[in-house]
Design a protein around this ligand. Structure first.
Ligand SMILES: C[S@@+](CC[C@H](N)C(=O)[O-])C[C@H]1O[C@@H](n2cnc3c(N)ncnc32)[C@H](O)[C@@H]1O
Length: 199
């Protein structure tokens, strides 16, 4: 089975654009068939952004882990004036994220680059926000959580979205084992927003 995160060759005709709104922002995305949530902002991503916007104040430099089209970083840069690193294992996602930063006039606030998990990530961050790759399996998911802990500064936050029926309870337990804490910030139509603080 070919997962959405496996990259493939594209023709120019495979690419298209869509507009969508989140946090009261009108955003424009260049997209293509092989990318996660290719036609609209994903409901889970939307729930994550709404929860962060309502419940947190972000400052400093963050990481959008598994950035896809760049929705999370772009929306949070516009909402909080923060800066971002954005990484994805899919080279097309990285290319589109770079283009989408320009399309939404925030290219000076973020850099997007290829990385399998944290392998090319050298910075430590004030916050990490992610709609993580659940379909890759628990082993990778859990290792990404450990990577997140190791790449957060003191008092840095990891905030993520997961559906209850996609293993929310076991991920929450795993986060508590790494961070010593994990709070459910909101529940939104089956999507749970989890937040852990490195302290
Ligand atoms: C659920 S999607 C979220 C995409 C985007 N952040 C959004 O909210 O629309 C997960 C993303 O993680 C990426 N991904 C999967 N495995 C990865 C890995 N090992 N390292 C980095 N990114 C990965 C996928 O390519 C995909 O873009």
């Amino acid at each position: 089975m070919q997962h959405y995160f496996i990259d493939k060759d594209h023709n120019e005709s495979d690419f298209f654009e869509f507009n969508d709104e989140v946090l009261g922002l009108n955003l424009c995305f260049r997209s293509c068939d092989s990318i996660f949530s290719k036609n609209q902002i994903d409901d889970g991503t939307r729930a994550l952004l709404n929860a962060i916007s309502k419940n947190m104040t972000l400052n400093g430099h963050g990481l959008d882990l598994g950035c896809g089209l760049g929705v999370i970083a772009i929306a949070l840069i516009k909402r909080f004036g923060v800066t971002f690193d954005m990484v994805d294992i899919n080279a097309t996602a990285v290319k589109l994220s770079k283009e989408n930063l320009i399309k939404n006039n925030v290219q000076h606030s973020a850099k997007a680059y290829f990385s399998d998990g944290f392998e090319n990530v050298t910075d430590n961050f004030d916050f990490i926000a992610t709609n993580p790759p659940i379909k890759t399996g628990k082993k990778l998911l859990f290792s990404l959580m450990e990577g997140a802990f190791n790449h957060l500064k003191e008092n840095g936050t990891l905030t993520l979205v997961i559906r209850k029926d996609h293993g929310m309870e076991s991920l929450k337990k795993h986060l508590i084992s790494i961070f010593g804490n994990c709070e459910i910030i909101t529940r939104d139509k089956g999507y749970y927003i989890l937040n852990s603080i490195k302290n």
